[in-house]
Design a protein around this ligand. Sequence first.
Ligand code: IMP
Length: 206
Amino acid sequence: MSQKTLCIATRNQHKTQEIASVLAAYWVVKCSADYPEMEQLEDIEETGDSFQANATIKAIATSQIVPDYVLADDSGLECDALDGAPGVFSARYGGIPSSAEKNNAKLLQELARVGAMTPEQRGARFRCVLVLAKGGEVLATFDGACEGKIILEPRGLHGFGYDPLFVPRTYTRTFAQLTEKTKTSLSHRGLALKKFIEWCQANPLE
Ligand code: IMP
C-alpha cells in the first residue's frame, strides 16, 4: 500500500489516536481539525438511528469538503439490561454538555435502577462502524464488536469514554487498565480497522 492521506472524520482525539496508531504504517493520517476548509462545516448532526447510518452521514459530509480519502468512525456501547442503550446516544447519554464522567455515572445509575447488579445481568458490547468515502461517495463499510460486561465502579486511567467500566470477555481488567496496544488488539475499533486494512490490501486505492 502506498502512503496516501486519510482524514479521520472525528473531533474525538482519543479515537484519532487509536486509529492513527494502527494506520500510520499505511497512511498519512490526519483528522478533521487539520483541514481549515472544515471550519465552514457546522457540527455534523448525527441524526441516524444506527452506528452505520451516523458513520455514513459523517463520511459523506466530510468527504464533500476534504480532498483526501475519509474514514468516519461511529461507535458506542450497548447494554443488554438496558435494551441496547446507550447505543447511538453513547456520546451524550449523561446529558449536554457531555462528559465521560456524566455518561459513566448515568450508566451505573440506569443499571442499578433496572436491578442489573450481577455480572450475568451486566452483559454489554462496544460496536464500531467505519465508513470509507471520497468525494461524497461511500466506498466501503467495516464493523467490529467487542463483548464484555459493565463493572460496579470505574477502574483504570487509560483510554476514554466508558473504558473504565468495561471488562472485555475472558479478561479481568477494564479497557482503561489495558495498554492501548492490548485494547486495540481486541476492541471493536481494532477489529473494524483490521477489516479496513485487509480491504485496502485487496482493493488498492488510486
Ligand atoms: P461518536 O463520536 O458519536 O461515535 O460517540 C462515540 C461515544 O461512544 C464516545 O463518546 C464514547 O462515549 C463511546 N465510545 C465509543 N468507543 C469507545 C471506546 O473505545 N471506549 C470507550 N467509549 C467509547
